[in-house]
Design a protein around this ligand. Structure first.
Ligand code: PA5
Length: 417
């Protein structure tokens, strides 16, 4: 279960917060009725036969492929990359990511890494028409056909897309790719616990049952009145009312780098519209205390920080005991790095609070699939409620179209002026 604690009481008024919290709780019924709220009940109401098919496909890929090239962008890749990087891979098949930029340099690196090795492709696109993944898919499809022939190549392509429409859907049907579905009522950035994320995560050797169990447990604690996700959503909005319009997610584990990226997309794309929103930023500490620490401590006072804390670790490394003390580390001898990291986090929290940065804190039990499933669900729920409180639709992304239209015009795509 995810715990939430606020250290922001000196920056806000309690009555304002309580009023916002009451509103957040009432928004739960609106959320349940929203046509894009398919993710809310997903942990208890997912497609079980498809889930079993994902596991079977993952086993086959582990047996016949040294690499799985996962092609997707935004909500179609950040979630599974976040889970896989945070928990680490435990599989004979290594996951590679393509189609999340237009850089030939990045594509070349992946092609070089593949070399002559056996590989499969996991193409994920809800619309089935997004340019970046579509181009990468064409390139890797051609490589598969060159290597295995058309029929065998089709058996190495796994497509996750809309159930009935889009270019990727038609192509998959025509070529007989194994297909998985992105449900209509779940948007890209809320889709990590669907086939969008689960196939790659399962191939990486991560227990997707545990991931879903964690989300299910978290759902049970939040579903009646939003629980502490409503508290977090309310506090974010009260802080915004006090002009704290940048939120920094601060993790003290480098493996959470892509979790931070997923979180930024979730909140940024959900809330940044109609001239509104809290700008989501992130740091990995203590690394970034030596780069961004100065600004957070002492720069413009429009930031608040949300720390992610891990309650228990399964492994540790102690500072060695030595005869000499030339490095002045005697006071740390025999102490575990987890303990030292925890003190660094407490020290940072106190320093930033005294520097005028409101701090919120989210604690997860440990770094495991179950806890990560819970954390994902917690943030999805917080984000939806926070977006409603802000007065925006947390499930659309009209702003993403602007660059696309300009790009299509510049590239001469028919029908784009
Ligand atoms: O969250 C979203 O909706 C977006 O980030 C999409 O996931 C992203 O634009 C990719 O879209 P698609 O899956 O249609 O290729």
């Amino acid at each position: 279960m995810i715990n939430f604690k606020s250290y922001a009481e000196n920056f806000i008024s309690e009555p304002d917060y309580l009023e916002k919290l009451e509103t957040a709780k009432t928004l739960m019924s609106r959320l349940q009725q929203d046509p894009m709220s398919g993710w809310v009940d997903l942990p208890i109401d997912y497609d079980k036969p498809e889930f079993a098919r994902i596991k079977t496909a993952a086993k086959k890929i582990q047996q016949d492929s040294k690499y799985l090239v996962c092609i997707g962008i935004g909500g179609s890749y950040l979630g599974h990359k976040a889970v896989i990087e945070t928990l680490g891979e435990n599989s004979p098949t290594k996951i590679l990511y393509a189609g999340n930029s237009l850089s030939p340099l990045e594509l070349s690196k992946i092609i070089d890494q593949l070399g002559d090795a056996d590989f499969s492709v996991n193409i994920i696109s809800k619309s089935g028409t997004t340019t970046e993944p579509a181009i990468a898919f064409r390139i890797f499809k051609q490589k598969l056909i060159e290597k295995y022939g058309k029929a065998a190549a089709s058996k190495r392509i796994y497509a996750t897309t809309d159930a009935s429409k889009g270019a990727l859907h038609s192509e998959s049907v025509e070529n007989g790719y194994e297909m998985f579905v992105i449900p209509d009522n779940i948007g890209g950035r809320y889709s990590v616990l669907t086939a969008v994320g689960l196939l790659s995560i399962a191939v990486a050797g991560i227990d997707i049952d545990k991931l879903m169990d964690g989300a299910e447990e978290e759902r049970a604690t939040l579903i009646s009145d939003g629980g502490n996700a409503a508290e977090y959503a309310a506090l974010r909005n009260v802080l915004l009312d006090h002009n704290f319009n940048i939120e920094i997610l601060a993790n003290f584990e480098p493996s959470f780098l892509y979790f931070n990226e997923w979180w930024k997309q979730l909140f940024g794309e959900s809330e940044g519209k109609n001239g509104q929103g809290i700008y989501p930023a992130s740091v990995i500490d203590s690394t970034d205390l030596h780069s961004m620490g100065q600004y957070i401590q002492d720069g413009r006072r429009n930031l608040f920080e949300t720390f992610v804390k891990i309650r228990e670790y399964i492994s540790d490394i102690d500072v060695p005991v030595m005869e000499t003390n030339l490095d002045d580390l005697r006071y740390l001898e025999g102490k575990g790095l987890n303990y030292i990291n925890e003190q660094a986090q407490a020290a940072t929290r106190a320093a930033h609070l005294s520097g005028g940065v409101p701090v919120l804190e989210i604690t997860m039990p440990d770094i495991s699939a179950r806890s990560l499933g819970a954390l994902i669900y917690f943030f999805e729920m917080s984000c939806a409620l926070s977006g409603f409180l802000l007065g925006v639709d947390p499930f659309n992304q009209p702003g993403v179209e602007a660059y696309k239209n300009n790009m299509f015009h510049l590239l001469g795509k028919p029908g784009h002026k």
